[in-house]
Ligand binder design. Structure first.
Ligand code: SFD
Ligand code: AMP
Length: 625
């Protein structure tokens, strides 16, 4: 490949949705419904929407289901209490409630579109695995949702990776669009819009995954989740919240198969290697647990961070790994079939792993491990961006613009992008996308009616230079190395003048794992380590000037690592700010929860001009008693 000289394509639209995952598809669908012929809705995704995002491999449940007036169904308030306990108190109840009250309509849409949701043969009602979840035959889940999205959008640009936001040159703190490039033909794309909804998914591979070397490429949250949902707003100067509250879930060892289905539907139990369950606890263990988790320790169901803590503690004390006693609950072929279908629908690797390792779940139990940390706000963690709440229920402190607008004018979020909330999963993320889509339509048809993005051609040229620099740098410097063409297979080769994406990624993961409470440190850190991490991450950012890409594919990888790095910086400064231990990690300098002083949000913002982070504490206002 010679030095790149790609063409530039400029796209003008009213509402631009970045990321066609669950939230992005919901946003497109709803925005077009309310726009009618009055505004244009454009979708851009780095992949093919039919199989993109966290649902690309399928799923086995809509983990957030219907809330009806039927006395048997849960009420939105019940769900808010559940999420409040699961997040050890740190939650934006306005955002959680807002999603719950719109869930029934989403599930009905999915049903109409042909998603096979399991029904109780006696009542005809959607079956439930747990209190909120409906099981599905979900191998084609994403394709079904994508079809509705394709049919709604005015324009869809696939295989275009968004790298940077474009800020308006007339109005301060106002987004004007985004830039990116086509990952196959290299075309430089400039999108200008009145409103931008970022729904570009959560963050995996920020921390060193448990699967390295021979198992590399396997993580629970998908390897292609590059943290762009957070990084694009962070680059625009939007404020983030709760980034220190990373997600660490218990999963089947090595294949990372989720555990909700076996626990909830098949009623399996897990033990330590000696066959002992963690409950009932002796009195002294109860006292210690109260110090670590306050009253949340006794919440029912047990909050996810505590379930993870049990597995981590067993590991640390030599009683791990925990074991899922699958054989106790697979009396017949029917249950075994259900278990295999669960994974073939959602995490096929889990089924392959059992087959490849001679594990017969009906006879042999399976090992569990806590994962490396992920940063996202759709599962059991709230770390992402700070968003304005719904007009009718958000307290004034949480309301500065239209629903789901971030702290940058015209920039909206949904799904993994919107923090302070969670347990949205696939169906709730779609619902939040719908909420953001509707809100953005009202915004572009009223408040932003006369707005015209102002971006100079100099700025566009400057971004083009920035985005393609790793390609240019590679071509300039490749004569200085003996193995220029194979940087990712021979990633351990030293190149005198450049770093390829894989080297950058491994360096990032090493810093995050060893300094910022990864699995290699049993999720423990301290102020010394965090301060050093801030320095190391700053130096890594400086070294991005040596980033080299031999192809457009590698260019994508470089920008994905850069997005992860920005998220990592936010996580580190947020952890440093919170002077207690809460969630899924322990700060050895402040080993216990401090409910008196730290029942608050920690919000972080990166100054787009200087790259400096500032962190503040924001009061937590409960809506429900
Ligand atoms: O059991 C760019 N999830 C589950 N949810 C459920 O409802 N049921 C389950 O059974 C679930 N399980 C599960 C889940 C996820 C995974 C990976 C497994 C198992 C193995 C969680 C949901 O999948 C998740 O909550 C939602 O998908 C989140 O939605 P959203 O829209 O916030 O993210 P996305 O779907 O990943 O989409 C992101 C999109 O952005 C694109 N993108 N486009 C342009 N430029 C860039 N720079 C971009 N970066 C990303 C992506 O391509 C994608 O389309 S269980 O374990 O919980
Ligand atoms: P998971 O498969 O672990 O991602 O979980 C899917 C859903 O089941 C989520 O709503 C979890 O909170 C819930 N869940 C998983 N395991 C348990 C458990 N042991 N007790 C209660 N809820 C659980």
């Amino acid at each position: 490949m010679s030095l790149p000289n790609p063409p530039t394509k400029i796209v003008e639209t009213d509402i631009l949705v970045v990321g066609g995952g669950m939230a992005g598809c919901g946003a497109v669908f709803e925005a077009k419904y309310w726009c009618g012929g009055k505004c244009k809705v454009t979708l851009v995704d780095k992949a093919k929407v039919e199989k993109s995002g966290a649902v690309g491999m399928g799923l086995s449940a809509c983990n957030l289901g219907v809330f009806t007036t039927d006395p048997d169904d849960p009420k939105p308030e019940d769900f808010v209490y559940y999420v409040r306990n699961d997040f050890l108190g740190i939650v934006r109840e306005d955002l959680v409630y807002d999603i719950a009250r719109h869930m029934t309509s989403t599930i009905k849409l999915f049903d109409e579109w042909g998603l096979p949701i399991w029904r109780d043969p006696k009542t005809g009602k959607y079956m439930r695995t747990g209190r909120w979840q409906h099981p599905i035959h979900g191998e084609s889940y994403k394709a079904i949702i994508a079809e509705a999205c394709y049919k709604s959008a005015d324009e869809v640009y696939e295989r275009v990776a968004v790298t940077h936001p474009l800020m308006d040159e007339r109005v301060p703190n106002r987004i004007a669009g985004v830039v990116g490039f086509h990952v196959r033909d290299g075309t430089f794309y400039v999108f200008k819009a009145k409103a931008v909804i970022v729904a570009a998914g959560g963050t995996s591979l920020l921390y060193r995954p448990r699967s390295v070397g021979e198992g590399m490429g396997r993580t629970w949250y998908p390897t292609w989740a590059s943290g762009s949902a957070l990084a694009i707003p962070i680059l625009a100067g939007a404020e983030a919240t709760s980034l220190e509250f990373r997600l660490i879930v218990v999963r089947f060892k090595d294949a990372y198969g989720p555990v909700g289905f076996p626990y909830l539907l098949l009623k399996m139990r897990s033990t330590d290697v000696k066959g002992k369950q963690w409950e009932p606890l002796p009195d002294e263990a109860k006292a210690e647990l109260s110090k670590i988790f306050f009253d949340y320790a006794w919440a029912k169901p047990t909050p996810t961070p505590i379930r993870t803590w049990v597995t981590v503690t067993n590991l640390k004390q030599g009683r791990g790994p925990d074991i899922m006693q699958t054989q106790e609950r697979l009396p017949d072929h029917e249950s075994l079939h259900v278990l295999f279908e669960d994974y073939l629908d959602m995490t096929p690797t889990q089924a392959f792993y059992w087959a490849a390792n001679n594990i017969h779940p009906e006879k042999t139990p399976s090992e569990l491990l806590p994962t490396e940390p992920y940063i996202q706000a759709s599962h059991a963690s709230p770390g992402a961006m700070w968003a304005s709440g719904p007009a009718d229920i958000a307290p004034p402190e949480y309301k500065w613009g239209p629903n789901r607008m971030l702290t940058v004018e015209g920039l909206f979020g949904a799904g993994d992008t919107v923090g302070g909330s969670g347990h949205k999963f696939s169906s709730g993320s779609f619902t939040e996308g719908r909420i953001a889509g509707k809100s953005a339509v009202r915004y572009v048809l009223t408040q932003a009616k006369d707005y015209k993005p102002t971006v100079s051609s100099d700025t566009i040229e400057r971004y083009k230079e920035i985005v393609y620099r790793p390609l240019v740098w590679y071509h300039m410097n490749k004569p200085l190395t003996t193995t220029p063409e194979t940087p990712h297979t021979n990633w351990y080769e030293i190149h005198p003048n450049y770093l390829n994406w894989h080297q950058l990624l491994l360096r990032l993961q090493k810093i995050m794992d060893e300094y910022v409470a990864g699995w290699g440190m049993f999720y423990v850190t301290n102020e010394y380590l965090l301060n050093r991490a801030v320095e190391l991450l700053r130096m890594l950012e400086e070294d991005f000037r040596f980033a080299a890409a031999a192809s457009y594919h590698e260019l994508l990888r470089v920008w994905e690592v850069y997005h992860r790095l920005l998220v990592g910086q936010g996580v580190t400064v947020s952890m440093l700010h919170r002077k207690e231990s809460r969630g899924y990690y322990f700060n050895a300098d402040y080993p216990y929860i401090d409910e008196t002083n730290w029942h608050v949000f920690v919000n972080a913002r990166r100054d787009p001009k200087t790259g400096q982070w500032s962190v503040r504490t924001v009061p937590l206002i409960h809506i429900l008693p």
